[in-house]
Design a protein around this ligand. Structure first.
Ligand SMILES: Nc1ncnc2c1ncn2[C@@H]1O[C@H](COP(=O)(O)OP(=O)(O)OP(=O)(O)O)[C@@H](O)[C@H]1O
Ligand SMILES: [Mg+2]
Length: 407
């Protein structure tokens, strides 16, 4: 149900008796009324009070009604203005109508006539107000839909990547098996097994083959287990997997990566593939930041770590990079959907917002902090006790930031 909207009226007239009479009558009819005794005061009240209707005397000392009308019409405040003229003021009335007045009244004002005209204006105002509020509601729904649509798109994108991964893994399996058996046959050949140089080369091929096999296996796992499967396990595994899939790319970009995952990290209740997503999003962002700073020249560094925070009983995973700094003034927006500083076509601005949702669903927290030597850490923490929600720990982010600032 639409709440009853009270109509606001501003009366601007230098004659006190008329002002007060109109105020009294209008208030009896349940209008909200404010008065002003001259043009400048009227404009001041107009800005503050934002009335729906203005009753404006034309002849006032100083600024006259026509000028006040002009100034009112230049604002964005939606309002209807009634001009009150003395006898014989037809020309002024026509001028006022041309300048956007709703109607004119001749003085002395006939209250009944005024009321009828005001009701007309009020109806128009009410309709306009309702229309505005419908438009606002519609815009809000539209904004929400856009965000949901983009999140769906992101989910669809991830699913597509998953499906592609599964397809590639499947297709690669057979040739890999064939290569493997051919290598074994070669190694069994006495002519080869007695030649150390050839044997060494074949073993190198075998090493690379094993690596390829691992990638295919990871891709397959990544694509087959993407949907909310929570298990009690160490976050090290998905972080390591994410790094593994990304190592070559970082090398290609001349970025040095170091990894320091704490051994015997307590297990946490996680969806491995979602945590891997977070790690990979961090890695992609770090790669972009480092690329932007070093233009693929040597010097870019990324460090991935995990550790236990005993006092807070949670595990912390962080990624440090020495790429371009976070843009000044954008700090509070980084996790918002669509927020990106990357060129059109490069970033969708959804990476960190997806990470935020994932970590939130794990009862964790996600954040970042600048540290010395122009570096920054993006990190997330997951509680060891899955029933605890880290978002409720008041000083956690502050404590972690302090800890990280020592690095
Ligand atoms: N390691 C980082 N260094 C500097 N700025 C970063 C880093 N990570 C994120 N940002 C900033 O946060 C913004 C949002 O990141 P987010 O991952 O959400 O979107 P994106 O990387 O721009 O696009 P995509 O949807 O492709 O991930 C980035 O555009 C960038 O300005
Ligand atoms: Mg990103």
């Amino acid at each position: 149900m639409t709440p009853e909207i009270k109509i606001k009226v501003l009366v601007v007239d230098d004659e006190e008796i008329l002002r007060d009479r109109l105020k009294r009558l209008l208030e009896m009819d349940d209008y909200e009324v404010i008065t002003a005794e001259n043009g400048p005061k009227g404009l001041e009240e107009f800005g503050k009070f934002q009335p729906d209707l203005v009753l404006l005397d034309v002849k006032m000392p100083g600024m006259d009604g026509i000028e006040v009308l002009e100034r009112i019409k230049k604002t964005d405040i939606p309002t209807e203005v009634f001009i009150m003229t003395g006898h014989g003021g037809v020309e002024t009335a026509i001028q006022a109508l041309r300048k956007g007045a709703f109607d004119y009244l001749t003085k002395p004002v006939d209250y009944d006539e005024l009321e009828i005209n005001m009701k007309r204006a009020v109806e128009q105002r009410k309709l306009q107000k309702q229309l505005d509020s419908y438009v606002q509601d519609l815009e809000a729904v539209h904004r929400k839909m856009k965000i949901q649509q983009a999140q769906l798109l992101q989910a669809a994108k991830l699913t597509a990547v998953g499906e592609l991964g599964a397809g590639v893994a499947h297709e690669m399996n057979q040739p890999l098996m064939a290569i493997s058996s051919h290598l074994e046959i070669l190694l069994m050949n006495p002519a080869i097994s007695s030649d150390d140089k050839i044997k060494e080369k074949i073993n190198k091929i075998k090493d690379q083959f094993v690596r390829l096999g691992t990638i295919v296996k990871r891709l397959h796992e990544y694509s087959s287990g993407r949907t909310g499967n929570y298990f009690n396990e160490s976050v090290n595994r998905p972080v390591q997997d994410g790094v593994y899939l990304f190592t070559q790319q970082l090398k290609d970009h001349n970025i040095e990566i170091t990894v320091d995952l704490m051994e015997d990290l307590p297990k946490t209740y996680i969806d491995r593939y979602q945590i891997q997503d977070v790690a990979m999003n961090f890695l992609v962002n770090a790669r972009d930041a480092v690329d932007a700073a070093f233009n693929q020249q040597v010097g870019g560094k990324v460090h991935v770590f995990s550790k236990m925070l005993a006092a807070q009983n949670c595990v912390l995973v962080g990624l440090i990079d020495n790429g371009i700094p976070i843009q000044e003034g954008t700090e509070s927006e980084l996790f918002n959907p669509f927020f990106t500083t990357k060129p059109v076509g490069k970033g969708t601005g959804l990476g960190l917002s997806v990470c935020y949702n994932i970590v939130k669903n794990h009862n964790g927290i996600i954040s970042f902090t600048k540290i010395k030597d122009n570096r920054k850490v993006f990190y997330f923490a997951i509680p060891v006790d899955k029933n605890k929600n880290l978002a409720e720990e008041a000083n956690l982010v502050k404590d972690i930031n302090e800890e990280l600032n020592k690095l």
